[in-house]
Design a protein around this ligand. Structure first.
Ligand SMILES: Cc1cc2nc3c(=O)[nH]c(=O)nc-3n(C[C@H](O)[C@H](O)[C@H](O)COP(=O)(O)OP(=O)(O)OC[C@H]3O[C@@H](n4cnc5c(N)ncnc54)[C@H](O)[C@@H]3O)c2cc1C
Length: 300
């Protein structure tokens, strides 16, 4: 497909294999760009935010990469999988609830029907919703280049706002994976946003928690955004939780630890710093409570 009249991209390719995709990228030697659903990239191109691109290489039609599969210990999501597919998947609903919830708040149905989780992660925005959900689950991503493929923890791919260590001119994020929540584990996500105007998130947070039989927290992951240049793992809050009992008091302490580790800025498009802090104090304990309810089948 050619788009030369708009002079934004010259050629559009729909490779059917990963090898074909990376060979195309190699052939264009940095002048091509990977595209998924195009809900970020094509919008940006049309707004003139990119130099004219020689070729778009569509990663969403690669055979075998538009499904969600169980593979050994992991749930594996191909780069062609849309947010709508994730939201409908009963395994993710049950064993990766925070991802299901986070993909479910993205845009409207039209955006979710074409936008991919791979595109959300590769775009590397500090508060990409699917990204925040997958980060709490301990997500990993597979990157393919002309030299082969490698898996990395997804947080290692974030370089800065909209900047990824994935070279989107030469590499394809092919698959994403996480270990499903198991016995006495639960997860949850919540986003606070101002619906008017630019629809920017005020705060997006996700948690994954594991408890032992005495309701002592044995594992915890908390992701947040936007609280800095990249999606954030609130490690000090995670440390506060592990070893303690799942309780409202403990969750309030975790919220304070999370707040102490970030600087929330006031933004005329989002909200005041004070309001955003209050949202963390309100909703981080709330999603921790929901995750515990899922893990134990009862309220802490
Ligand atoms: C109206 C509207 C509302 C939206 N609302 C939300 C929202 O509420 N929350 C939210 O998080 N986002 C939102 N978005 C942004 C967007 O829909 C999501 O980020 C989506 O997940 C992007 O996926 P995509 O497949 O469309 O990515 P694309 O636009 O195709 O690509 C995005 C970036 O990732 C790169 N890329 C894509 N796929 C790959 C791959 N497989 N390998 C390597 N690089 C790749 C591209 O080069 C580009 O840099 C919204 C967008 C619109 C237009």
């Amino acid at each position: 497909m050619s788009n030369s009249s708009a002079n934004r991209w010259e050629n559009y390719y729909t490779p059917e294999t990963v090898a074909e995709a990376v060979e195309l990228l190699q052939r264009y030697d940095g002048q091509a760009r990977v595209v998924g659903g195009g809900t970020d990239l094509v919008v940006e191109i049309r707004r003139g935010l990119h130099r004219p691109i020689d070729a778009l290489v569509d990663a969403s039609r690669i055979a075998g990469l538009n499904t969600i599969d169980q593979d050994g210990d992991y749930i594996v999501i191909g780069c062609g999988v849309t947010h709508s597919q994730i939201v409908r998947d009963v395994r993710i609903m049950r064993y990766g609830s925070c991802l299901s919830e986070s993909c479910g708040v993205i845009g409207g149905p039209q955006v979710r029907n074409v936008g991919t989780l791979a595109g959300n992660v590769a775009h590397a925005l500090p508060a990409g919703d699917g990204t925040i959900g997958l980060l709490a689950l301990g997500g990993e991503i597979e990157i393919a280049s002309i030299d082969g493929t490698r898996w990395i923890p997804m947080q290692e791919s974030f370089k800065g706002p909209g900047k990824s260590f994935i070279n989107r001119h030469r590499e394809v994020l092919t698959r994403l994976r996480f270990k499903p929540t198991g016995t006495r584990e639960g997860s949850a996500h919540h986003r606070v946003m101002r619906p008017q105007g630019l629809c920017l998130p005020i705060i997006s947070m996700a948690v994954r928690i594991q408890l032992d039989e005495n309701n002592t927290i044995t594992k915890a992951r908390i992701s947040m955004g936007p609280v800095g240049p990249v999606p954030f793992l609130a490690e000090s809050a995670m440390e506060v939780l592990v070893g303690g009992t799942a309780s409202a008091e403990q969750f309030d302490k975790a919220a304070e630890a999370a707040l102490a580790s970030v600087t929330l800025r006031s933004s005329k498009y989002r909200a005041s710093a004070e309001y955003r802090e209050q949202m963390v104090r309100t909703y981080l304990p709330a999603i921790l409570t929901r995750a515990v309810e899922q893990a134990t089948g009862s309220t802490p």
